[in-house]
Ligand binder design. Structure first.
Ligand code: 5RP
Length: 225
């Protein structure tokens, strides 16, 4: 999908940001476009603070002089904005393609409003086409993969460009789990939460208040019912 569709979604989200807001800043290429534009507004005098969902996002924000805070200092955020790998008609999401799902879920859960920005290619009838990222304690990766296998998915350890296990910002590993069509996302979320050593999974159930879908022509706004 082209950058202009992502940019349209990002700019529509930028318009939601008001002076004085405490923000959750997501991770990924769509959110990077938002942060770039936010940097321009901050340079013009907009006053915001942000909690970054990854080291990558924190670096971009620092480079643009966007003030950063922590959840210790600012435990309640006005608005979190983040991308997604897939969203369904109920606005349930799969996230974690960029490996930041743990911090992303924590930050979104601390926000009064959680808005997702995504291009139209992320829209699906059922979640599951994009493999579900599951963040795990490294020592438990193999038994967890076996248990996820029993739930019906092939779980592959994500690797970095050197062929080493991809380590998250929190030092965990990620299993990318090919479930195929996920018929009951809440039930799967519950099953994954019940596996010892699973730190977090990329199913964001009933968390998004709105998805702003970017297209070449503009945006479509979907609100959770
Ligand atoms: C990172 C994520 C991203 O939000 C997701 O991968 C979408 O990224 P992009 O905007 O590049 O398509 O969940 O962990």
């Amino acid at each position: 999908m082209s950058d202009s569709a992502k940019k349209n979604a990002a700019l529509a989200a930028l318009a939601l940001i008001e002076d004085g807001m405490a923000l959750g800043l997501g991770t990924g290429s769509t959110t990077a476009l938002l942060i770039e534009a936010l940097g321009g507004k901050v340079a013009e005098g907009l006053r915001v603070t942000g909690v970054a969902t990854s080291e990558r996002t924190a670096k971009q924000a620092r480079d643009l002089a966007i003030p950063l805070t922590t959840l210790d200092e600012t435990p309640v955020l006005d608005l979190a904005i983040d991308g997604a790998d897939a969203f369904d008609p109920d606005l349930n999401l799969v996230k974690g393609g960029g490996g930041a799902l743990l911090r992303e879920k924590i930050v979104a859960s601390c926000a009064a409003r959680f808005v997702v920005i995504a291009d139209a290619s992320k829209r699906v009838a059922k979640l599951g086409v994009f493999p579900l990222p599951v963040e795990v304690v490294p020592m438990a990766a193999t038994p967890i993969a076996r248990r996820i296998g029993a739930l019906g998915a092939e779980a592959r350890l994500r690797r970095d460009r050197f062929g080493e296990p991809f380590a998250t910002d929190e030092g965990h590993w990620i299993l990318d789990c090919a479930f195929g069509e996920i018929t009951d996302p809440p039930a799967l979320a519950q099953a994954l939460q019940g596996i010892a050593g699973v730190v977090e999974h990329g199913l964001f159930i009933a968390m998004a208040d709105e998805v702003i879908v970017g297209t070449e022509a503009g945006v479509e706004r979907l609100a959770r019912r």
